[in-house]
Write a protein that binds this ligand. Sequence first.
Ligand SMILES: [Zn+2]
Length: 160
Amino acid sequence: MNNTRIGIGYDVHRLVEGEAFWLGGVRVHHHKGAIGHSDADVLIHAICDALLGAANLGDIGIHFPDDDPSLKGIDSKILLKKVAGLLASEGWAISNVDSVVSLQMPKIKPYISDMKKTLAEVMNMNPETVSVKATTTEKLGFIGREEGVEARAVVLIHEA
Ligand SMILES: [Zn+2]
């Protein structure tokens, strides 16, 4: 059996009135959006961290510092493409990705198949191997108060 590694990623962003909301590489239509140095795509950031962790290549903050002016407002799909490319250059292929987004509002079910397709395309994977799930927190905590959005991801990688 090929050498395999597992990785975990986690991220949080604040939700603010009137901001564009990017999630899993897809524009979600809502009166609030996530803010951050990049386009604040919390799901992509969690997946990047999981991939980097699996390959023991540090974390997203090391590769894409939030004080780098060239990354201001950057499309996180570009970051994910770079991370996937870095893993490939280190001899790793991605077996599968599983993820969960914690968000009170809006319901993201209608966007999920688009997110899977988009993420798979960026990572050059079969969409069957990319899973995105969603949950609320039953109106508890900062997620429940619609102050923020959270994402977790796990990945399995194998020697290509
Ligand atoms: Zn982030």
